[in-house]
Design a protein around this ligand. Structure first.
Ligand code: V0V
Ligand code: CO
Length: 145
């Protein structure tokens, strides 16, 4: 079961400038920042709200760390803007397998490491109406890095 919008991923060229925009305009502040070398991003999570299922909803601001990364390619083609949506689940592998059975391409054979020790996978945007879609399993309580 997908139980929440975990985050909306937004591609930006300058993470610090994007953070400043969201603070100045909406009053959102950074809950967490990290570099994910595997994904080629420097990112900031702005927490919007907690959810009943124990998770939370965020904006995820993404700046590429290398030119061959997914976000760098996206920026080159589209400029800054919404890059992906992410649905939260308690069982990312199970959800991914069930969705794959419907004919949608799942990009990873096994989930990879996401923000804050979460487990993530992606669905191909061409199979999802043009929307790059991520599935996220939040880390168990007490295992936050
Ligand atoms: C590419 N396309 C997109 C898209 N990226 N469509 C909608 N939204 C996007 N974000 C379209 C693109 O316009 C092309 O359409 C087609 O897909 C192929 O794209 P490409 O530029 O040739 O690039 P590919 O095929 O090399 O890579 C596309 C995929 C790649 C989606 C496979 O970006 C990927 O593996 N993404 C998953 C990983 C990721 O995005 N990581 C960054 C976030 P036309 O021109 O053929 O019509 S990391 C994150 O969210 C973390 C860590 C977290 O949440 O914890
Ligand atoms: Co994401």
């Amino acid at each position: 079961m997908l139980t929440r919008i975990d985050h909306i991923g937004i591609a930006c060229r300058d993470l610090d400038a994007a953070i400043a925009f969201y603070r100045r305009t909406y009053g959102f502040t950074v809950a967490h920042e990290e570099i994910n070398e595997e994904q080629g991003v420097r990112e900031a999570m702005l927490k919007i709200n907690e959810t009943d299922g124990g998770g939370a909803s965020y904006l995820q601001l993404l700046e590429p760390t290398r030119p061959d990364s997914a976000v760098a390619k996206f920026l080159e083609k589209n400029g800054e803007g919404v890059h992906h949506i992410a649905f939260g689940t308690a069982d990312v592998a199970g959800e991914a397998a069930a969705i794959a059975d419907t004919g949608v391409r799942v990009l990873y054979d096994t989930p990879r490491r996401g923000t804050l020790g979460s487990q993530i996978t992606f669905l191909h945007p061409k199979d999802c109406g043009g929307v790059l879609t991520e599935l996220v399993q939040a880390p168990s309580p007490g295992t936050h890095s």
